[in-house]
Design a protein around this ligand. Structure first.
Ligand SMILES: CC(C)(COP(=O)(O)OP(=O)(O)OC[C@H]1O[C@@H](n2cnc3c(N)ncnc32)[C@H](O)[C@@H]1OP(=O)(O)O)[C@@H](O)C(=O)NCCC(=O)NCCS
Length: 162
């Protein structure tokens, strides 16, 4: 069974493992351990039964949420779980008062681009040579109607609290 809950400090190792599997310049276990107690951070983990299979997070400053990372284990990708996880993250950010959400994504990352576009994010610009590993540009995306999204899509069932 798939479930979601907020990140806990003891999840740091499992989440860092997924991060290493997903990104060329991964955050460390210590980074996630710190994020678990960062008052400005909002992280959700996805579980299949008791095993962590994905996570997503953002930093919230007043009405703005900035997505830091979202990833699933490679075995779990392409089954619609990214959409569920991102929806949970958007709901959790809206519940914490965020009205807008922003993120960067590689132009080559088709699944991520389709995920964000499908949830109402729009590309508003490009950050030239943003990614240090290969000098790839980043597409800058914003969702400016997080409250409307939450009214339509977030319910008691999608409440991110455990
Ligand atoms: C990005 C990620 C979280 C998306 O989660 P996912 O579960 O794989 O995606 P979903 O199954 O929910 O699909 C989301 C959209 O991408 C599309 N998609 C999924 N896999 C795809 C693929 N391999 N090629 C093309 N499109 C794909 C889906 O069709 C869907 O689009 P649609 O609604 O228009 O049909 C996941 O692929 C991942 O962990 N990737 C590695 C880490 C990463 O790149 N994170 C994002 C950094 S910006």
């Amino acid at each position: 069974m798939i479930s979601f809950r907020p990140l806990r400090a003891e999840d740091a190792e499992a989440v860092a493992r997924i991060e290493r599997e997903s990104f060329p310049t991964p955050w460390s276990r210590e980074d996630f351990w710190r994020e678990a107690s960062n008052d400005f951070a909002c992280y959700i983990v996805a579980l299949e039964d008791a095993e962590i299979i994905g996570f997503g997070g953002c930093w919230i400053s007043f009405e703005e949420a900035q997505v830091t990372n979202i990833a699933l284990t490679s075995a779990q990708r392409g089954r619609g779980l990214g959409r569920l996880l991102m929806t949970r993250l958007m709901c959790a950010a809206a519940e914490r008062g965020a009205e807008r959400m922003t993120l960067e994504v590689r132009p080559s990352n088709t699944p991520a681009l389709r995920l964000y576009e499908g949830l109402g994010f729009a590309a508003i610009g490009v950050r030239r040579k943003y990614y240090q590993d290969n000098g790839e540009d980043a597409i800058l995306m914003w969702h400016t109607k997080l409250k409307d999204f939450a009214d339509e899509r977030c319910s008691a069932e999608t409440d991110a609290r455990d």
